[in-house]
Design a protein around this ligand. Structure first.
Ligand SMILES: [Zn+2]
Length: 606
């Protein structure tokens, strides 16, 4: 059923995104780089050593914003072109070259923050009073002041920024370029394997023998790279530890959470409460899967199978557009207009091809429209993936309209709220429009097996693992493959208990996730979904007024802290209540699935 993937040059143009909206040709891109370099040079000679009072501060920030606006599309073009085919030599070189240029320009620009922070508090306050536009930027900068280093040190560190991000590049190169998979064989028949086909198809394959064989083969083959991958990761961790120490943070968690504008209590709460309180519900769900599929035992390789494979409709890209329109209509005309443009103007890269980044993401360069990457497998549950990515798009589409280039990006803690909100809206829409118990069960199982599983289980277990890793690093230790495997296995065993056998290969799951190169990102999925679950309930019961609040939250961009953003939408995340309510809700959904299954199939479940 899974064919080998075509190369990038073989896919149809309609299924690709249109990067020409950023730059119409390679020449235009190269010209933009030359212009940027010149702009930075003239900015440097105009302002270096001259930010001496509130007026020159505002003037410098205006020029700085212009530099950033020019910077953004260039960076986006380099990374997006590379993400659709990491085996493409030209794209590889372009992306590498961009990060070198970016490092050298950042170094040249590092004087701005340094000189701003050398102003007296009176002058900084005066600048904030004079300019509403840059007040937020300055406020954030002042917060950073205790961790700011000598200007020459900042300049040097910025010059090394490309080298500091090298581990992530190395991780991707190992995973996407060097690692190739051999076919696997079941009963004399060969099946092709790749990262994309494993995560997109084989993990959910309903033939148990084939599914488990795919898992074994996948695990064996990635295992060949475990030591390189662990070493790469350790390098990243040690850079973070050194930075945290140099900048005078008490510990690495405070350093990593600083930009998120949340404290450790909000971080720890997600991991602790979900690990202990969600686990019983999810074990029940695993047991249901085992019963329905009549499996001898439930293994880690079986967790992604659909509850009802006979009810997994196929869906075309064109059909998905209608689903997006219907489900997201509640967000209003302007939002819907954006959704339709994303299809009509090719903002979305649907194609499946070799070398393409796995998973899905949305990139929203300031000054342009969002771009969405997805590998369309035609499974119906892609409507949730697409709704999710359109949630990111809708977030920045709204934020960019109201905020300047410095103020548009909110804390990571909040980043997955608008995206998961759209998954909830999709589920609500699907549930409202059918009384068919089989369809209803499919929808609820999609929310449990996809939305909540992904955000509250997969990413949360990554977060639990990551916390243990950082505890080691914080204590001055290193990691290697053996240690990472042990931590990962331990976390999986703690969560799944007796309900799921953590088969060999499961401990390598840490190798699959690029999130570890993005700081404390994994836990934010459950944080975002906690907020969106509560707000989507408000939208269901209150309708338009709740939608209006939500749009305001999106438009606030990065000008508020996550606690404030949640508050604007009527959710108080300073208490445990929203998270407890959300976990209880997941429990209700699992019970509903068990009830529906008994009704439909008469399967006796315990
Ligand atoms: Zn997302």
């Amino acid at each position: 059923m899974v064919k080998g993937l075509p190369t990038r040059s073989e896919v149809t143009v309609e299924e690709t995104w249109n990067l020409e909206d950023l730059f119409s040709s390679e020449k235009e891109y190269q010209d933009a780089i030359s212009e940027l370099v010149q702009l930075v040079d003239s900015f440097h000679s105009n302002f270096k050593g001259k930010i001496t009072d509130s007026d020159s501060a505002i003037e410098a920030l205006t020029g700085y914003a212009a530099v950033y606006e020019k910077f953004t599309p260039i960076g986006a073009y380099a990374s997006l072109a590379f993400s659709t085919d990491q085996t493409d030599n030209e794209a590889q070189m372009r992306s590498g070259k961009f990060s070198s240029i970016a490092a050298s320009l950042s170094s040249k620009l590092s004087f701005v923050d340094s000189e701003l922070l050398e102003l007296s508090m009176d002058e900084l306050n005066e600048a904030m009073n004079k300019s509403e536009e840059y007040a937020h930027y300055l406020k954030e900068l002042i917060r950073q002041k205790p961790h700011q280093l000598h200007p020459e040190v900042e300049k040097t560190l910025a010059a090394y920024s490309s080298s500091f991000s090298a581990p992530y590049g190395l991780y991707n190169t190992t995973k996407m370029v060097d690692l190739s998979f051999e076919d696997f064989e079941v009963n004399g028949k060969k099946y092709p394997l790749s990262y994309v086909s494993f995560e997109g198809d084989w993990e959910a394959e309903t033939d148990t023998e084939i599914r488990r064989a795919a898992f074994d083969s996948f695990s064996k083959q990635i295992k060949n790279y475990q030591h390189t991958t662990a070493k790469t990761y350790d390098m990243k961790l040690q850079i973070e530890k050194t930075t945290s120490d140099l900048r005078g943070y008490d510990n690495i968690f405070d350093y990593l959470l600083f930009d998120q504008e949340v404290d450790q209590s909000l971080y720890n709460r997600q991991i602790d409460l979900i690990t202990s309180e969600l686990a019983p519900h999810m074990r029940k769900y695993a047991k249901l899967l085992q019963d329905v599929h009549g499996l001898d035992k439930m293994t880690f390789a079986d967790l992604k199978i659909p509850l009802d494979p006979s009810y997994e409709p196929k869906i075309t890209i064109e059909e998905s557009k209608k689903y997006m329109n219907d489900a997201l209509a509640i967000m209003g005309d302007d939002y819907l207009d954006m959704v339709n443009r994303s299809f009509d103007e090719r903002w979305i890269d649907f194609a499946q091809n070799t070398g393409k980044s796995t998973g899905a993401f949305c990139s929203s360069p300031y000054g342009s429209h969002p771009y969405i990457l997805i590998s369309w497998s035609s499974r119906m549950n892609e409507v949730f993936v697409l709704a999710h990515e359109l949630g990111h798009a809708g977030h920045f589409y709204n934020a960019h309209k109201k905020q300047n280039v410095f103020n548009s990006r909110p804390s990571l803690y909040f980043i997955e709220a608008p995206s998961t909100m759209n998954e909830m809206l999709m589920a609500n829409h699907l549930l409202e429009n059918s009384d068919d118990p089989k369809f209803k069960r499919w929808v609820i199982s999609s929310i449990v097996a996809r939305t909540y599983y992904h955000n509250f289980v997969t990413h949360l277990l990554e977060a639990a693992y990551q916390r243990k890793v950082y505890e080691r690093v914080n204590a001055g230790e290193n990691v290697n493959a053996g240690i990472l495997n042990e931590i990962k296995r331990g976390v999986l065993e703690e969560f799944w208990g007796d309900a799921v056998e953590i088969t060999p290969g499961a401990e390598l799951t840490w190798m699959r996730q690029p999130h570890y190169y993005m700081g404390l990102y994994p836990y934010t999925y459950s944080a975002g979904l906690t907020i969106s679950t509560q707000v989507s309930k408000r939208i269901l019961s209150e309708g338009e007024s709740a939608v209006a609040d939500w749009l305001e939250v999106l438009q606030a961009g990065g000008t508020k802290t996550p606690v404030e953003l949640a508050q604007m939408a009527g959710v108080d995340v300073t208490t445990e209540q929203p998270l407890r309510d959300t976990i209880a809700y997941i429990g209700e959904l699992v019970d509903e699935l068990i009830k529906l299954t008994e009704e439909i199939e008469g399967v006796a479940t315990k």
